[in-house]
Write a protein that binds this ligand. Structure first.
Ligand code: SF4
Length: 745
């Protein structure tokens, strides 16, 4: 049965209990001037077009405002990423705006770092304190001793601050703790990283292969809409996941793989596709190099070889390979997003990129397509030329991670612990990212923090990292501020505007204001010549020949329709040095790595333990939304998924077996203990792993709702395995045993 888009999203939000899923479709009044436009459908409301910040996807929203309050947020039909719909988190934005636990005023630490004790301060006093702290660091250690950790669109103002300040140490956990390996792998294979949104054409795919990627639970709005369209149009899914995810429930083939063995499966799929000549020979002859080496490499990697490794039966491997190969070229191997699993992640992503090439899907409809940026000139501003750039501090002293293309946030943490890098970092600005949940091995992050001479946190909510700050600066939510344009490369080029729907509550301030004021206090004000973010954006648009007010009506300006694939006239673009898709990588070989992906067994856990896996829920974006009371109604806390049969044979539970919903504590191989969490006993997960939705188990007391609700996978991630190619931190290498809550270990 074909699924409608709405049905699919509702399934993705299973348990949402009627939350404002797929909200929007505000077409009644479409076509009106809506910079601040009365909405005839909702008596006296006005609507303001902006873009969402409940995750990084950047969907276009319409904020409905009445009497100075935002009453609801709906999807902007004019915006290519939302297309009139929002995911549940986006629709729940007022839960963030009106969160009673928001940071309300600047705070200055009064006790030991990490004690989470602060006194309220005026903006002037707080910024003076930050300026003094940063100037002290600069005077003693140089400007490069300051690092910025950033996540979210407001980070652009602080990145500009860092350029003016003279430090190259700007990192985001979204690289080395998330998508980095796939960027390295696709750059090696095709000469270009994928970026965000991923340049994939889900809507026209005939077969979609998801490897550990649970779209529908991982709610990237546009992709979920397109996935629903594709399924509605008859596309088939192949889902590889130790857990029977929502996507698996829609799949033609679900492969419940043993965690850590994906490369073996990918090699076996390639073996079948090569042996049965299901690859696109003409395409490969034209665009690729290394097919002979690949054929030889996979010749003995039969499904029978892969079976004992992966736990997936040969028939299932063959049948799914035939579907993948037989659907070419509209056979999409989804590259995934959170790709840091086992430390061999660039090689796994390489195997996925190679498989995509075998079926000829790079540059083709239903595969990987061309995304184009809407070009808007930069604001004309001069920046100082750093006297002598010392290079980034994020790599180990001895060198390493030759193919890292962005700064490693984990590397910046390491460089703050003395002697780990070429030079030590002494000051941090942390903008919008809770490093306690984002980074592996919390003890190392805390150790790094204790070596800092100054730490300033800018955020909307008092996340765990704020408790360690010297100064906390409260930022206004995205509904209360302007920001820079959002113009990522996409199928249809566009630029979207963020507009303030209501005035900032409490004593919070927009990020642009904080960065500009701080720059003024450290003598860098001349590098922030704009009056405000609105003037900044207006200037950029003016240079493009556009008027701010005109773009403000719909909140988005669209570029011309451009061809996105070979079928539409776009050339198959490959930007490697050889000009060919590199199935066999001479670059990797030259660096001492396997030129073709090879399977190496992963370490097993102690007897009686389960591999800890984590993922996403449609109602939440990591820890950023767990305190949102609106989103808590349909999804109040995470639970640990545990195979029901495995639970029955747990040692120590023979007399009184675990009951579904009972609270347990997870204890990892190093003795780290989780907060109590409800257990979900299910057949929907393999018996050798457990699963937690990421972001819960918060230890920040000031987050009144989220404090100690559910369990944190980050707290249990005391081990990680670094990808030697690009420095990503593989985190699925931890094992836990299960204790009844209240039991003493
Ligand atoms: Fe907002 Fe959801 Fe879009 Fe993310 S996917 S930007 S949370 S509506």
């Amino acid at each position: 049965m074909a699924l409608s888009r709405r049905q699919f999203i509702q399934i993705g939000a299973a348990g949402a209990g009627g939350a404002a899923v797929a909200s929007g479709l505000a077409t009644r009044w479409w076509g009106l001037d809506r910079s601040r436009t009365p909405d005839p459908g909702t008596e006296g409301e006005q609507v303001v077009a902006s873009y969402c910040e409940l995750c990084f996807w950047g969907c276009g929203v319409l904020a409905h405002v009445r009497g100075g309050k935002v009453t609801k947020v709906t999807g902007n039909p004019a915006h290519p990423l939302s297309r009139g719909m929002l995911c549940p988190r986006g629709a729940g934005a007022t839960g963030l705006l009106y969160d009673p636990d928001r940071l309300k005023t600047p705070l200055i630490r009064v006790n030991k770092r990490g004690d989470d004790e602060f006194q309220e301060a005026s903006w002037d006093n707080a910024l003076n304190k930050v300026a003094e702290g940063l100037e002290r660091v600069k005077a003693k250690h140089g400007p490069e001793a300051l690092a910025l950790f950033t996540h979210g669109s407001g980070g652009v103002w602080f990145k500009h601050f860092m350029k003016a300040w003279g430090s190259p140490n700007v990192g985001a956990p979204s690289y080395a703790q998330c998508r980095g390996p796939r960027e390295a792998a696709f750059t090696l294979t095709y000469g270009t990283p994928l970026g965000s949104p991923e340049p994939i054409d889900l809507a026209h795919a005939r077969c979609i292969t998801l490897i550990g990627s649970h779209l529908g639970e991982n709610m990237h709005n546009t992709q979920v809409q397109e996935l629903a369209d594709a399924i509605g149009n008859g596309a088939q899914l192949v889902v590889v996941d130790p857990r029977f995810s929502v996507a698996a429930s829609k799949a033609r083939y679900w492969l419940p793989i043993k965690p850590g063995t994906d490369i073996a499966l990918l090699l076996a799929w390639m073996n079948v596709i090569v042996e049965e000549k299901l690859f696109d020979a003409e395409y490969l002859a034209r665009y690729a190099t290394g097919l002979d080496e690949l054929k030889a490499h996979v010749a003995d990697k039969t499904p029978e070889w892969a079976w004992p490794i992966t736990g997936v039966k040969p028939d299932l491997i063959r049948a799914s390979a035939r579907l993948i190969g037989g659907s070419r070229p509209a056979s999409l191997i989804h590259p995934g997003r959170h790709t840091v699993w086992y430390g061999d992640d660039t090689q796994r992503e390489r195997a996925m990129a190679i498989l995509a090439a075998l079926v000829g899907s790079w540059g083709r409809r239903g595969g990987y397509v061309v995304h184009t940026k809407y070009p808007v000139p930069a604001y004309p501003v001069e920046l100082p030329h750093p006297a002598k750039a010392p290079g980034q501090a994020d790599k180990p002293k001895a060198g390493g991670y030759p193919l890292a293309t962005e700064v490693l946030a984990s590397g910046l943490c390491d460089a703050t612990r003395p002697g780990q890098s070429l030079y030590d970092l002494k000051g941090w600005i942390v903008y919008g990212c809770n490093l306690m949940q984002a980074m592996p091995k919390r003890s190392e992050v805390i150790e790094a923090i204790q070596h800092l001479e100054h730490l300033v946190v800018v955020d909307v909510l008092p996340a765990e990292i704020a408790g360690f700050a010297d100064v906390v600066l409260p930022e206004a939510t995205y509904l209360e501020r302007e920001d820079d344009l959002s113009a990522p490369a996409y199928q249809r080029p566009f630029a979207a505007m963020r507009q303030r729907a209501v005035e900032p509550m409490y004593d919070s301030k927009p990020g642009w204001w904080i960065a500009k004021e701080l720059a003024g206090k450290v003598g860098l004000g001349q590098h922030f010549p704009w009056k405000d973010a609105r003037e900044y954006v207006a200037k950029r648009l003016e240079l493009k020949g556009l008027k701010y007010e005109e773009v403000a009506r719909t909140g988005v300006v669209l570029g011309p329709v451009v061809p996105t694939c070979e079928e539409e006239g776009a050339p198959v673009g490959v930007a490697t040095e050889s000009g060919k898709i590199e199935l066999y990588s001479k670059e990797l070989k030259g660096l001492g790595f396997d030129p073709l992906p090879a399977y190496y067994p992963q370490e097993e856990g102690p007897a009686g333990s389960f591999r800890l896996l984590s993922g996403r829920a449609p109602l939440h974006t990591f820890g950023r939304t767990v305190n949102n009371r609106l989103l808590a109604e349909p999804y109040p806390e995470n639970e640990v998924w545990l195979n029901a049969d495995a639970a029955r044979s747990l040692p120590g539970f023979e007399v009184k077996p675990l009951a579904n919903g009972e609270k347990v504590v997870l204890v990892n191989q190093d003795g780290a203990r989780s907060t109590p969490v409800r257990v979900k006993l299910t057949q929907r997960i393999r018996g050798d792993c457990v699963y937690l939705v990421h972001g819960w188990g918060q230890t920040a007391k000031r987050q009144g709702y989220a404090y100690r609700r559910g369990a944190s996978d980050a707290q249990l991630t005391t081990r990680y395995k670094v990808d030697p190619i690009m420095g990503g931190t593989g985190m699925n290498v931890n094992f836990v045993r299960v204790e009844r809550a209240g039991e003493v270990a």
